[in-house]
Write a protein that binds this ligand. Structure first.
Ligand SMILES: Nc1ncnc2c1ncn2[C@@H]1O[C@H](COP(=O)(O)OP(=O)(O)OP(=O)(O)O)[C@@H](O)[C@H]1O
Length: 539
């Protein structure tokens, strides 16, 4: 093995010890170590250069994060499911079998389960084989949604990176629930492509849900923190299907229409008036208060946020937070507000009551309430809720309460409500629902047997053609007969509807049995009332 001499210039700079080592290495491996040094320097330079380029490219990715508590999250998930995933790319998907999937998704899933799509329809239940029937109808439809993962796609000429992540929490830090988020990244320094995609997803979702109403409920999680949760999505109810005084209906619709007009908000702000509107729907159970609320939501494209003061997890701070978290355009439905028993005994003068409970100090709630122009009228008696009247009033129109929403309170006994709760500004219109007149019963009958009512037997998808009623000589005459066979203002429309549902395809039979049914029902109700009175007297 011959040794290669070190270049003279290099040898000049190296100490004698190194020289010997280098000479030895050169002799053993027959390779110049300085070449190795040169290669190393080159690689280090290349690495630094690549790192610089890589960092610059990464910096050019703009990133937008969307948390799962934002409505945009669902819009984007829906858009991605329908436009990008379509059963490919995502290897990890989430199966949903609850009522949280939208009704259209459920209907689709149900159709695929029972094989409807072409001409095939769900047949009548076979009494000998009810198990197989149950196995179709009794199952909850399952739909699949993209879960965790990353997906790159091109939209309107820009490359976008979609990432979906779930933080399930660790053993040490327990999250109240899985927290999902989406990260959207776009190559370039502008947010415009991401913004465009989000707007597109929002519009797509609006289009998809224009015939549905989403109901949100305040639900407590494991930490007892009450949060708005999208509870269900159902087909919007047509306003024409709600039987109600036509003038009152028209007045209510015009009032809400004017309130929601884009210019109205500015008008309120110019006049220093908080931009809020409240309605009280009162009437006996089953007279249409909830039905009218959901029809209004459908007509104006608003979501409904349902609150119940009787919820055991509800307290004043939770209520206040929930009211500040609703979107600026929605309906907040406060159901059965009388049941919470928020009242002040009239016998006690106001001044004394406040002293009795709080000494001479007014609470912050009272002060806020006074600023709002309400009464300092806060003591709660025989309350079935941990929310006090002042807490409720502040949640409704305190400084932190969201502007732009519509508040609808429903009650069976408006006379039992505290005056502060229903004063103008909190309740701007009081709508009274009465038990039905003959004309309204006639309307109900006609609407039940209208030709376009989806038929339940043929129907999850079908529309009845040629049911018994089509053979009926005159539906109008039957409706008239039905209306006069039942006493006016005695039975609720819900009760009448329940009766008619037993005769979905046989209006003639319904008509014949109506009078007898009404008589027995009224008799039973009278007996129940008597029993209740007797129990009250005993206790
Ligand atoms: N005015 C009405 N027009 C059409 N349907 C009605 C009407 N009133 C009641 N119904 C029917 O009766 C059922 C119950 O009605 P709804 O829940 O709206 O009554 P409610 O007044 O809100 O009752 P509650 O006070 O018990 O909550 C619904 O299925 C609805 O279709």
């Amino acid at each position: 093995m011959s040794s290669l001499p070190l270049p003279r210039e290099a040898a000049k700079f190296l100490k004698p010890g190194y020289l010997q080592i280098l000479g030895f290495a050169q002799n053993v491996v027959d390779f110049d170590p300085l070449t190795l040094v040169n290669i190393g320097i080159f690689l280090a330079g290349l690495f630094t250069f690549l790192r610089y380029i890589f960092t610059r490219v990464i910096v050019l990715w703009t990133t937008v994060r969307i948390n799962d508590d934002d409505p945009l999250y669902m819009c984007l998930m829906r858009w991605m499911s329908d436009h990008q995933f379509m059963n490919r790319q995502f290897r990890s998907v989430k199966a949903i079998s609850s009522s949280r999937s939208s009704w259209e998704d459920e209907e689709e899933a149900l159709k695929s389960m029972i094989g409807i799509g072409g001409d095939k329809e769900l047949s009548e239940p076979d009494p000998n084989n009810l198990i197989s029937y149950r196995s179709i109808v009794g199952r909850t439809p399952i739909s699949l949604q993209p879960f965790q993962g990353t997906h790159v796609f091109r939209r309107h000429g820009s490359w976008l990176l979609f990432r979906h992540r779930i933080n399930a929490g660790s053993e040490l830090v327990q999250q109240p629930k899985e927290i999902g988020y989406i990260q959207l990244q776009c190559l370039g320094s502008s947010f415009a492509p991401v913004q465009r995609l989000l707007e597109e997803a929002q519009l797509y979702n609006l289009e998809k849900t224009k015939t549905t109403t989403t109901i949100h409920r305040a639900i407590a999680n494991v930490r007892d923190l009450v949060r708005w949760t999208s509870f269900s999505s159902r087909p919007s109810r047509a306003i024409s299907t709600v039987i109600f005084d036509k003038n009152a209906k028209h007045e209510l619709l015009s009032d809400i229409n004017e309130y929601l007009h884009p210019h109205t908000r500015r008008w309120y702000s110019n006049h220093g008036i908080p931009y809020r509107r409240g309605y009280l729907f009162s009437g006996a159970p089953g007279t249409g208060k909830t039905s009218l609320t959901s029809a209004l939501a459908g007509i104006f494209g608003l979501d409904i946020y349902v609150l119940s003061l009787l919820d055991p997890n509800m307290n004043e701070s939770q209520l206040m937070r929930l009211m500040s978290e609703v979107p600026s355009r929605c309906i907040v439905l406060l159901e059965d507000v009388d049941a919470a028993g928020l009242n002040r005994p009239e016998s006690e003068p106001r001044q004394r009551q406040n002293r009795k409970h709080k000494g001479n100090q007014l609470s912050q709630a009272d002060v806020l309430n006074a600023i709002q122009g309400g009464n300092v009228n806060t003591t709660t008696t025989s309350s079935a809720t941990s929310v006090s009247l002042s807490g409720l009033l502040n949640a409704i129109d305190g400084v932190s309460s969201q502007e732009g929403r519509i508040l609808i309170m429903t009650t069976n006994s408006p006379e039992s409500l505290d005056k502060a709760l229903v004063r103008p500004g909190r309740v701007d219109m009081h709508i009274r629902f009465e038990l039905p007149s003959q004309e309204e019963m006639r309307e109900l009958f006609l609407s039940m047997y209208k030709e376009d009512i989806p038929d339940l037997r043929n129907g999850i998808v079908g529309v009845e053609k040629g049911g018994d009623h089509e053979k009926s000589p005159d539906l109008e005459a039957l409706a008239e007969k039905f209306a006069i066979s039942i006493p006016e203002k005695k039975l609720s429309l819900a009760a009448l509807q329940g009766f008619l549902l037993q005769f979905k395809k046989t209006p003639q039979e319904a008509c014949e049995k109506a009078s007898e049914w009404a008589e027995t029902t009224l008799q039973r109700m009278a007996e129940e009332d008597e029993q209740r009175d007797a129990m009250k007297a005993n206790s």
